[in-house]
Every structure is written in C-alpha cells, then in structure tokens.
Design a binder for this molecule. Structure first.
Ligand code: CTP
Ligand code: MG
Length: 173
C-alpha cells in the first residue's frame, strides 16, 4: 500500500495523461464537491467538456472557485492533466495566495494502457499523437515538479500502485 500524506488543508493537483485514471482516482478518494475538473468547467462555460478553445475561460473559472474554497479552508483537488508548467504554476499561485500547501499526485501508467482506455471512450476524440505528446510532457514534468513549489510530489507508478494508494491526512495544527 502506498500511503499518500496530504495536509488536511491542501490544494491537490492531479498530474497525468488522458486515461491515466485521474477522474477515477478523484472519485474514489475525494467527495465530488472537493474535486474541480477542467472538463466540468469547460462544460460550464462552453456547454462542451471537450471544447479546447474554452480552456482559458474554464481555467480562469476553476482557479477562481479554487481560491474561494481555499479561503474557506476547504481541501480542493484539481482534476486536469496538469502536464504543463504554466498550468501547475497557476495552481501553486492560487495555493500560496491563500496560505495553503500545494501537493502534486502524479498518476503514471504505461502509455499503451492510457491509449487503450482513451480510445475506448466515446467522449474522447483526439488521436494517438496527442497522447504521445502528453506522455512526453509527463516525462519532462518529473524534473520540473520538484522545483515548482509543491510541498510534496507523490508519484504513483503503474496500475497496482494507483489501486493500492491510500490517503492519510496530516494535521496542520
Ligand atoms: N479506468 C479503468 N480502470 C482504472 C481507471 C480507469 O478501467 N483503474 C477507465 C475509466 O473507466 C475510464 C478510462 O479508464 O473509462 C479513463 O479513466 P479516467 O479516470 O477517466 O482517466 P483520466 O485521467 O481522468 O482521463 P482524462 O484526462 O481524459 O479525463
Ligand atoms: Mg478525467
């Protein structure tokens, strides 16, 4: 079992390619209201969770809500790929603005499995090359994550480790 220590008040950034199981992990370990997903925010602002042209507005709204939650002392999980340094920097910024610790949880599964899962989804229409790019971004992310300001970077490698993970909340006071 991998135990993930997470401060009881944290901004948790899930990091992983499409099909790595971020939304599944979020559903399993957190209450629905604790999870802010980029898909849900794209749907809110553009009626379509796959409308990439709505991403900027969707993330603005997501960061705004995250800030409101953190100000109220509520643990918040961001379910988005978070594969780009600028996406993660925005989350570290929101966390810092509210004196909350940012934590990253990386879900790393074999690219072939991520593709198999993604390809099977009617609501995911992008091609293999897009997933390959995400995988490259993930590999690049490892070196960067450590110095981006995350208090902790938990890495779950492979389906078994993801499956066995448990979250343990650390008391802040
Ligand atoms: N899945 C699975 N077994 C797991 C985890 C996920 O079969 N242990 C399946 C899910 O049911 C889903 C697909 O794989 O159909 C993708 O999982 P999801 O959690 O949605 O992955 P995400 O990382 O959230 O993908 P995206 O970035 O595209 O939202
Ligand atoms: Mg998802």
């Amino acid at each position: 079992m991998s135990v993930l220590d997470i401060p009881e008040l944290a901004l948790v950034a899930l990091v992983g390619v499409s099909g790595s199981g971020k939304s599944t992990f979020a559903r399993r370990h957190f209450a629905p209201s604790q999870v802010l997903s980029s898909d849900a925010f794209r749907a809110m602002v553009a009626d379509d969770e796959n409308d990439q042209s709505a991403s900027a507005d969707a993330f603005d709204a997501l960061h705004y809500v995250a800030g409101k939650r953190l100000r109220a002392g509520r643990l918040t999980v961001v379910d988005a790929t978070n594969l780009q340094p600028h996406a993660r920097a925005a989350l570290v910024r929101v966390a810092r603005e509210h004196d909350v610790l940012p934590v990253a949880v990386v879900l790393d599964v074999p690219e072939a499995l991520a593709w198999e899962r993604t390809d099977a989804r009617a609501d995911r229409t992008f091609g293999r090359q897009v997933l390959a790019r995400m995988s490259r971004d993930l590999r690049r992310s490892y070196a960067q994550l450590a110095r981006e300001g995350f208090r902790k970077v938990h890495v779950l490698r492979g389906v078994d480790e993801i499956e066995a993970a448990e979250i343990r909340y650390e008391r802040l006071f």
